[in-house]
Design a protein around this ligand. Structure first.
Ligand SMILES: [Mg+2]
Length: 454
């Protein structure tokens, strides 16, 4: 997995060194020599990751990071602060400025590659979600994308067969979060275990293979999106990189610095919640794209698409497809007499009855206004008329309760049925015939089902 990395440092030798290391691993590298240049380049060239030195003339790394993280076009780009060894205050200040991670100089190969791999993976998922967002509906600003400040307590599962080590991690996280030990979680019901935000997995486990467990989590639908933070000893570098390759999100080395642990946990939880929200919004917008907002039935666009597909199959010699159009009788009178709110209630109640009376494979849609269409795959005309009649009877047989149950209305519906015929039925044909049948039902006195012979 490659990526384009922007290396920012005021010293040419440092830039050259990082560039060489990254190029060696097939990353593409661009460079900038101060914060201002970095901000400009990030805006123009959209790198995948930014390695940002702290001490620089013109604009230092903290200021650049603040700007990058508060600018809409650059805020999703992961920033890694590069600080002097032992400069713990700078590291923490960087994380509060919104940096996603940090590295210490001189930059160690293992640390560099593990950070970049972990962040590339995150960036990839983000890009995918962002492009889907861009191609569909806007999902708007997502709250909680603020990279600073505290977060709501997270449920963190600690997996380490060394009980003392596990408890020490739990103790460090207890201030801010709700840690859960693996040994305790085993006896718990699935329900109590759900809602986990992060897994902290120790690489030095003796009683199980932590890499296998990591791979297992990443291969299961239910745990795939859970971030895994690896805890590793310095001699376990290769294993640590392997874990990142298997899908772990981040890695922290022993001896654990509790502030670093807390910062990494916060970053992972924040990212997970952001991605969760993003996924949920996308699902909602996909859903919105095919459903009618008032009734929850499918909308006209979806209906046309589905009908086209069923007709194609029917025309190619497959089973016939039927439709019926249902139109609520005298609906204008309801709106005029009781107002549009009551009118909407009638439409909703009618939709509920429609859902109850069609068969599971039927597709119920609101065509617009008080007109509805039901697509009935693999259904001949007589069967379609039976279903239409069942709906008609249900509507006419039971009054509609509206205005919070204060009013009762008698509602009836007229329905027209049509079925595909031969090998060249078009959507227009079929709907036109159903419409003619509907017109006949209205003509003959409403509250009835008519079908149109092919
Ligand atoms: Mg410098």
């Amino acid at each position: 997995m490659s990526a384009r990395v922007l290396v920012v440092d005021d010293i040419l030798a440092n830039r050259k060194l990082l560039q060489a290391k990254l190029s060696h691993e097939y990353f593409e590298v661009i460079t900038a020599s101060n914060g201002q240049e970095a901000v400009d380049m990030a805006r123009e060239q959209h790198p995948d990751i930014i390695l940002l030195d702290v001490m620089m003339p013109v604009m230092d790394g903290f200021e650049a990071c603040e700007i990058l993280k508060s600018t809409q076009s650059t805020q999703h780009i992961p920033v890694v602060m590069v600080t002097a060894l032992g400069d713990r205050d700078h590291r923490l200040k960087g994380l509060t400025a919104g940096a996603d991670d940090f590295l210490t100089k001189p930059v160690d190969d293992f640390a560099l590659l593990s950070r970049i791999r972990a962040l590339t993976k995150y960036k990839l998922v983000m890009d995918e979600l962002r492009s889907r967002e861009a191609s569909g509906r806007r999902i708007g600003v997502i709250e909680g994308d603020d990279a600073k400040g505290p977060i709501d307590p997270a449920r963190i599962l600690i997996i380490d067969d060394n009980d003392r080590q596990a408890r020490r991690i739990a103790l460090a996280l207890k201030q801010e979060h709700r840690p859960l030990l693996w040994s305790e979680a085993r006896g718990m019901a699935a329900k109590e275990k759900s809602g986990i935000d992060l897994i902290v997995l120790s690489l030095d486990a003796k009683t199980f293979d932590p890499l296998r467990l990591c791979a297992h989590f990443k291969s299961q639908q239910s745990t795939r999106d859970l971030p895994v933070l690896i805890v590793a000893d310095f001699e376990e570098e290769a294993k640590g990189l392997r874990a990142l390759d298997l899908g772990a999100s981040d890695i922290i080395m022993r001896p654990i610095d509790t502030e670093e642990l807390s910062a990494r946990v916060r970053t992972q939880v924040r990212k997970k919640r952001y991605l969760d929200t993003m996924r949920r919004r996308l699902d909602e917008s996909m859903e919105l794209a095919i459903t009618d907002q008032l009734t929850g039935l499918y909308n006209r666009r979806h209906m046309m698409k589905q009908l086209g597909q069923f007709l194609q199959r029917a025309n190619a010699g497959g089973p016939p497809v039927s439709v019926f159009i249902a139109d609520i009788d005298h609906f204008k009178r309801v709106n005029d007499t009781y107002g549009h709110d009551v009118g909407d209630e009638v439409l909703k109640e009618f939709s509920e009855r429609m859902k109850e009376n069609v068969r599971p494979a039927d597709i119920a849609c609101r065509q617009g206004g008080e007109e509805f269409v039901v697509i009935m795959p693999e259904t001949a005309g007589d069967m379609a008329s039976v279903v239409a009649e069942r709906l008609r009877r249900d509507v006419a047989g039971q009054t509609f309760r509206v205005d919070r149950g204060r009013q009762q209305l008698d509602v009836t519906v007229s329905l027209g049925v049509a079925t595909s015929s031969g090998d060249a039925t078009t959507i227009d044909d079929l709907l036109k015939r159903a419409d003619e049948a509907l017109y006949e039902a209205k003509e003959k006195g409403r509250n009835q089902v008519r079908s149109c012979a092919a």
